[in-house]
Ligand binder design. Structure first.
Ligand SMILES: Nc1ncnc2c1ncn2[C@@H]1O[C@H](COP(=O)(O)OP(=O)(O)OP(=O)(O)O)[C@@H](O)[C@H]1O
Ligand SMILES: [Mg+2]
Length: 281
Protein backbone atom coordinates (compact mmCIF):
# COMPACT_ATOMS: atom_id res chain seq x y z
CA UNK A 1 0.00 0.00 0.00
CA UNK A 2 2.88 2.39 -0.72
CA UNK A 3 0.49 4.61 -2.70
CA UNK A 4 -1.50 5.42 0.37
CA UNK A 5 -0.34 8.68 1.85
CA UNK A 6 -0.42 9.17 5.57
CA UNK A 7 -1.90 12.62 5.51
CA UNK A 8 -4.64 11.64 7.93
CA UNK A 9 -8.06 13.21 7.96
CA UNK A 10 -8.62 15.49 5.00
CA UNK A 11 -9.75 19.00 5.78
CA UNK A 12 -13.20 20.23 4.95
CA UNK A 13 -12.41 22.34 1.91
CA UNK A 14 -15.02 20.43 -0.03
CA UNK A 15 -17.76 21.08 2.52
CA UNK A 16 -20.71 22.86 1.04
CA UNK A 17 -21.44 26.32 2.33
CA UNK A 18 -24.78 26.58 4.11
CA UNK A 19 -27.33 28.09 1.77
CA UNK A 20 -31.13 28.11 1.73
CA UNK A 21 -30.78 25.12 -0.63
CA UNK A 22 -29.18 23.14 2.19
CA UNK A 23 -32.63 22.50 3.66
CA UNK A 24 -34.11 21.29 0.38
CA UNK A 25 -34.03 17.50 0.07
CA UNK A 26 -31.34 16.51 -2.41
CA UNK A 27 -33.61 13.90 -3.91
CA UNK A 28 -37.34 13.28 -3.77
CA UNK A 29 -38.95 10.47 -5.73
CA UNK A 30 -42.72 10.09 -5.81
CA UNK A 31 -44.53 7.07 -7.21
CA UNK A 32 -41.79 6.17 -9.64
CA UNK A 33 -42.61 3.46 -12.17
CA UNK A 34 -39.92 2.27 -14.58
CA UNK A 35 -40.71 -0.44 -17.09
CA UNK A 36 -38.28 -2.67 -18.96
CA UNK A 37 -39.03 -5.04 -21.79
CA UNK A 38 -38.49 -8.66 -20.89
CA UNK A 39 -35.81 -10.04 -23.22
CA UNK A 40 -37.53 -13.44 -23.46
CA UNK A 41 -41.24 -12.68 -23.82
CA UNK A 42 -40.93 -9.13 -25.17
CA UNK A 43 -43.54 -7.88 -22.69
CA UNK A 44 -43.10 -4.83 -20.49
CA UNK A 45 -42.69 -5.37 -16.78
CA UNK A 46 -42.28 -2.97 -13.88
CA UNK A 47 -38.66 -3.08 -12.75
CA UNK A 48 -39.52 -0.25 -10.37
CA UNK A 49 -43.09 -0.17 -9.17
CA UNK A 50 -44.50 2.92 -7.43
CA UNK A 51 -41.44 3.70 -5.39
CA UNK A 52 -41.14 6.85 -3.30
CA UNK A 53 -38.10 7.97 -1.37
CA UNK A 54 -36.57 11.12 -0.01
CA UNK A 55 -32.98 11.97 0.84
CA UNK A 56 -32.39 15.03 2.97
CA UNK A 57 -29.23 17.09 2.63
CA UNK A 58 -26.33 15.16 4.11
CA UNK A 59 -28.46 12.09 4.80
CA UNK A 60 -27.29 8.58 3.98
CA UNK A 61 -29.93 6.27 2.56
CA UNK A 62 -29.52 2.63 1.57
CA UNK A 63 -31.46 0.53 -0.89
CA UNK A 64 -31.16 -3.20 -0.33
CA UNK A 65 -32.81 -6.16 -2.02
CA UNK A 66 -32.02 -9.34 -3.88
CA UNK A 67 -30.48 -9.34 -7.35
CA UNK A 68 -32.99 -8.11 -9.93
CA UNK A 69 -35.21 -6.33 -7.40
CA UNK A 70 -34.79 -3.02 -9.24
CA UNK A 71 -32.17 -1.20 -7.17
CA UNK A 72 -29.97 -0.03 -10.05
CA UNK A 73 -32.96 0.85 -12.22
CA UNK A 74 -34.30 2.96 -9.35
CA UNK A 75 -30.96 4.71 -8.80
CA UNK A 76 -30.42 5.43 -12.48
CA UNK A 77 -33.94 6.78 -12.96
CA UNK A 78 -33.86 8.82 -9.78
CA UNK A 79 -30.64 10.53 -10.79
CA UNK A 80 -31.74 11.17 -14.36
CA UNK A 81 -29.02 8.89 -15.73
CA UNK A 82 -31.27 6.06 -16.88
CA UNK A 83 -34.81 5.65 -18.23
CA UNK A 84 -36.88 8.02 -16.13
CA UNK A 85 -40.23 6.26 -16.34
CA UNK A 86 -43.31 7.81 -14.73
CA UNK A 87 -43.61 9.64 -11.45
CA UNK A 88 -42.05 12.78 -10.09
CA UNK A 89 -38.33 13.08 -9.43
CA UNK A 90 -36.95 16.23 -7.86
CA UNK A 91 -33.24 16.91 -7.60
CA UNK A 92 -32.51 19.75 -5.17
CA UNK A 93 -36.14 20.75 -5.50
CA UNK A 94 -36.15 20.83 -9.31
CA UNK A 95 -38.55 18.45 -11.00
CA UNK A 96 -36.65 16.56 -13.70
CA UNK A 97 -39.69 16.63 -15.95
CA UNK A 98 -39.85 20.43 -15.81
CA UNK A 99 -36.22 21.57 -15.92
CA UNK A 100 -34.71 23.17 -18.99
CA UNK A 101 -31.61 21.69 -20.60
CA UNK A 102 -29.52 24.48 -19.12
CA UNK A 103 -30.85 23.76 -15.63
CA UNK A 104 -30.28 20.05 -16.12
CA UNK A 105 -26.68 20.72 -17.14
CA UNK A 106 -26.25 22.68 -13.92
CA UNK A 107 -27.90 19.97 -11.82
CA UNK A 108 -26.03 17.01 -13.30
CA UNK A 109 -22.74 17.52 -11.45
CA UNK A 110 -24.63 17.72 -8.14
CA UNK A 111 -25.14 13.97 -8.38
CA UNK A 112 -22.16 11.69 -8.86
CA UNK A 113 -22.36 7.94 -9.24
CA UNK A 114 -19.75 5.40 -8.17
CA UNK A 115 -20.33 2.05 -9.84
CA UNK A 116 -19.49 -1.50 -8.90
CA UNK A 117 -16.82 -2.03 -11.55
CA UNK A 118 -14.26 0.78 -11.32
CA UNK A 119 -12.31 -0.36 -14.36
CA UNK A 120 -15.49 -0.34 -16.42
CA UNK A 121 -16.15 3.26 -15.34
CA UNK A 122 -12.75 4.59 -16.43
CA UNK A 123 -11.70 5.21 -20.02
CA UNK A 124 -8.85 2.73 -20.69
CA UNK A 125 -7.20 5.19 -23.12
CA UNK A 126 -6.91 7.99 -20.58
CA UNK A 127 -4.39 8.41 -17.80
CA UNK A 128 -5.85 9.46 -14.46
CA UNK A 129 -4.53 12.98 -15.11
CA UNK A 130 -6.06 13.34 -18.57
CA UNK A 131 -9.39 11.98 -17.27
CA UNK A 132 -9.40 14.65 -14.58
CA UNK A 133 -8.41 17.29 -17.14
CA UNK A 134 -11.44 16.36 -19.21
CA UNK A 135 -13.76 16.71 -16.22
CA UNK A 136 -12.22 20.06 -15.33
CA UNK A 137 -12.76 21.31 -18.89
CA UNK A 138 -16.47 20.47 -18.59
CA UNK A 139 -16.90 22.30 -15.27
CA UNK A 140 -13.97 24.72 -14.87
CA UNK A 141 -15.39 26.81 -12.03
CA UNK A 142 -16.83 23.96 -10.08
CA UNK A 143 -13.62 21.95 -10.15
CA UNK A 144 -11.10 24.71 -9.44
CA UNK A 145 -11.23 24.22 -5.65
CA UNK A 146 -8.50 21.59 -5.58
CA UNK A 147 -5.51 20.52 -7.69
CA UNK A 148 -4.98 16.99 -8.94
CA UNK A 149 -2.37 15.98 -6.39
CA UNK A 150 -4.45 17.20 -3.43
CA UNK A 151 -7.54 15.53 -4.87
CA UNK A 152 -5.73 12.20 -4.99
CA UNK A 153 -4.55 12.84 -1.43
CA UNK A 154 -8.24 13.12 -0.42
CA UNK A 155 -8.76 9.55 -1.52
CA UNK A 156 -5.41 8.55 -0.05
CA UNK A 157 -3.60 7.97 -3.32
CA UNK A 158 -0.12 9.28 -4.05
CA UNK A 159 0.27 11.83 -6.88
CA UNK A 160 2.47 9.51 -8.98
CA UNK A 161 -0.72 7.59 -9.83
CA UNK A 162 -1.80 10.55 -11.95
CA UNK A 163 0.22 9.29 -14.88
CA UNK A 164 -1.07 5.75 -14.76
CA UNK A 165 -3.69 4.24 -17.04
CA UNK A 166 -6.60 2.26 -15.61
CA UNK A 167 -5.01 -1.11 -16.39
CA UNK A 168 -2.05 -0.06 -14.24
CA UNK A 169 -4.30 0.41 -11.20
CA UNK A 170 -5.49 -2.23 -8.75
CA UNK A 171 -9.24 -2.54 -8.25
CA UNK A 172 -9.05 -0.60 -5.00
CA UNK A 173 -6.93 2.14 -6.55
CA UNK A 174 -9.25 2.38 -9.55
CA UNK A 175 -12.27 2.70 -7.26
CA UNK A 176 -10.47 5.46 -5.31
CA UNK A 177 -9.87 7.25 -8.61
CA UNK A 178 -13.59 6.96 -9.40
CA UNK A 179 -14.40 8.38 -5.98
CA UNK A 180 -11.90 11.20 -6.54
CA UNK A 181 -13.56 12.03 -9.85
CA UNK A 182 -16.92 12.17 -8.08
CA UNK A 183 -15.48 14.29 -5.28
CA UNK A 184 -13.97 16.77 -7.74
CA UNK A 185 -17.49 17.89 -8.68
CA UNK A 186 -18.40 18.68 -5.06
CA UNK A 187 -21.69 16.80 -5.43
CA UNK A 188 -24.57 17.13 -3.03
CA UNK A 189 -25.45 13.50 -3.61
CA UNK A 190 -23.16 10.53 -4.16
CA UNK A 191 -24.85 7.41 -5.46
CA UNK A 192 -22.78 4.31 -4.77
CA UNK A 193 -24.07 1.17 -6.52
CA UNK A 194 -22.38 -1.81 -4.87
CA UNK A 195 -19.13 0.17 -4.75
CA UNK A 196 -17.14 -2.54 -3.02
CA UNK A 197 -18.58 -5.79 -4.29
CA UNK A 198 -16.13 -6.01 -7.21
CA UNK A 199 -13.15 -5.48 -4.91
CA UNK A 200 -10.88 -7.75 -3.00
CA UNK A 201 -12.10 -8.22 0.57
CA UNK A 202 -8.87 -6.69 1.87
CA UNK A 203 -9.60 -3.31 0.23
CA UNK A 204 -13.37 -3.23 0.72
CA UNK A 205 -13.07 -1.85 4.23
CA UNK A 206 -10.68 0.90 3.07
CA UNK A 207 -13.05 2.06 0.36
CA UNK A 208 -15.97 2.08 2.80
CA UNK A 209 -13.95 4.03 5.34
CA UNK A 210 -13.16 6.51 2.62
CA UNK A 211 -16.83 6.94 1.71
CA UNK A 212 -17.65 7.44 5.36
CA UNK A 213 -14.95 10.07 5.69
CA UNK A 214 -16.09 11.86 2.54
CA UNK A 215 -19.61 11.99 3.89
CA UNK A 216 -18.39 13.47 7.13
CA UNK A 217 -16.08 16.02 5.55
CA UNK A 218 -18.12 17.18 2.56
CA UNK A 219 -21.66 16.97 3.92
CA UNK A 220 -22.74 15.20 0.71
CA UNK A 221 -25.76 12.92 0.95
CA UNK A 222 -25.31 9.26 0.03
CA UNK A 223 -27.56 6.82 -1.76
CA UNK A 224 -25.96 3.46 -1.12
CA UNK A 225 -26.97 0.30 -2.91
CA UNK A 226 -25.62 -2.83 -1.32
CA UNK A 227 -26.20 -6.48 -0.61
CA UNK A 228 -24.16 -6.26 2.54
CA UNK A 229 -26.11 -5.27 5.61
CA UNK A 230 -22.99 -4.66 7.66
CA UNK A 231 -21.98 -2.08 5.06
CA UNK A 232 -25.40 -0.48 5.09
CA UNK A 233 -25.54 -0.35 8.83
CA UNK A 234 -22.10 1.20 9.12
CA UNK A 235 -22.80 3.94 6.57
CA UNK A 236 -26.50 4.65 6.41
CA UNK A 237 -29.22 6.30 8.48
CA UNK A 238 -32.22 4.95 6.61
CA UNK A 239 -32.82 1.79 4.59
CA UNK A 240 -35.35 0.92 1.89
CA UNK A 241 -35.93 -2.76 1.23
CA UNK A 242 -36.88 -3.59 -2.37
CA UNK A 243 -38.60 -6.71 -3.55
CA UNK A 244 -39.68 -7.21 -7.16
CA UNK A 245 -39.59 -3.51 -7.92
CA UNK A 246 -41.43 -2.38 -4.80
CA UNK A 247 -40.23 -0.92 -1.56
CA UNK A 248 -41.70 -3.35 0.96
CA UNK A 249 -40.26 -1.70 4.06
CA UNK A 250 -38.38 1.49 4.86
CA UNK A 251 -37.18 3.21 7.99
CA UNK A 252 -34.18 3.92 10.19
CA UNK A 253 -31.59 1.12 9.88
CA UNK A 254 -31.74 0.24 13.56
CA UNK A 255 -35.51 -0.19 13.44
CA UNK A 256 -35.69 -2.11 10.14
CA UNK A 257 -32.76 -4.38 10.94
CA UNK A 258 -33.66 -4.74 14.62
CA UNK A 259 -37.40 -5.33 14.33
CA UNK A 260 -38.30 -5.93 10.69
CA UNK A 261 -42.04 -5.77 10.08
CA UNK A 262 -42.19 -7.35 6.66
CA UNK A 263 -41.79 -11.10 6.03
CA UNK A 264 -39.58 -10.50 3.02
CA UNK A 265 -37.31 -8.18 5.01
CA UNK A 266 -36.93 -10.91 7.61
CA UNK A 267 -36.02 -13.46 4.92
CA UNK A 268 -33.59 -11.07 3.31
CA UNK A 269 -31.94 -10.28 6.60
CA UNK A 270 -31.48 -13.94 7.32
CA UNK A 271 -29.86 -14.51 3.91
CA UNK A 272 -27.70 -11.43 3.57
CA UNK A 273 -24.05 -11.05 4.46
CA UNK A 274 -23.72 -8.89 7.54
CA UNK A 275 -27.00 -10.14 9.00
CA UNK A 276 -25.19 -11.92 11.80
CA UNK A 277 -24.72 -8.66 13.65
CA UNK A 278 -28.36 -8.93 14.71
CA UNK A 279 -27.81 -12.05 16.72
CA UNK A 280 -24.79 -10.46 18.38
CA UNK A 281 -26.82 -7.58 19.78
N1 LIG B 1 -31.99 -2.33 -19.79
C1 LIG B 1 -32.76 -3.32 -19.39
N2 LIG B 1 -33.62 -3.94 -20.25
C2 LIG B 1 -34.43 -4.93 -19.84
N3 LIG B 1 -34.48 -5.38 -18.57
C3 LIG B 1 -33.66 -4.82 -17.68
C4 LIG B 1 -32.75 -3.76 -18.03
N4 LIG B 1 -32.07 -3.39 -16.93
C5 LIG B 1 -32.49 -4.18 -15.93
N5 LIG B 1 -33.45 -5.03 -16.37
C6 LIG B 1 -34.20 -5.99 -15.57
O1 LIG B 1 -34.91 -5.24 -14.60
C7 LIG B 1 -34.91 -5.91 -13.33
C8 LIG B 1 -34.24 -5.03 -12.31
O2 LIG B 1 -32.86 -4.89 -12.67
P1 LIG B 1 -31.85 -4.05 -11.79
O3 LIG B 1 -30.56 -4.05 -12.52
O4 LIG B 1 -32.46 -2.74 -11.47
O5 LIG B 1 -31.75 -4.94 -10.48
P2 LIG B 1 -30.76 -4.83 -9.24
O6 LIG B 1 -31.62 -4.87 -8.02
O7 LIG B 1 -29.86 -3.66 -9.40
O8 LIG B 1 -29.95 -6.20 -9.35
P3 LIG B 1 -28.43 -6.53 -8.94
O9 LIG B 1 -28.42 -6.63 -7.44
O10 LIG B 1 -28.16 -7.84 -9.59
O11 LIG B 1 -27.55 -5.43 -9.45
C9 LIG B 1 -34.19 -7.23 -13.57
O12 LIG B 1 -35.19 -8.20 -13.84
C10 LIG B 1 -33.35 -6.96 -14.80
O13 LIG B 1 -33.13 -8.16 -15.52
MG1 LIG C 1 -27.79 -3.48 -9.63
Amino acid sequence: MSEVTETGVPGDLARHPRTPESDTPVLEVDDLVVEHRDGGTGTLFRAVDQVSLRIAAGESVAVVGESGSGKTTLAMAATGLGPRGRGDIRLLGHSLSAVSRTQLRRLRPEVQVVFQDPHGSLDPRQSVRSGLRELRALQPERTSWIDDADLLGRVRLAPDLLDRYPHQLSGGQAQRVCIARALLMRPRLIVADEPTSGLDVSVQADVLALLRQIRATTGAALLMISHDLAVVRSLCDVVHVMYRGRVVEAGPCDRVFGTPENDYTRELLAAMPGARWRSRR
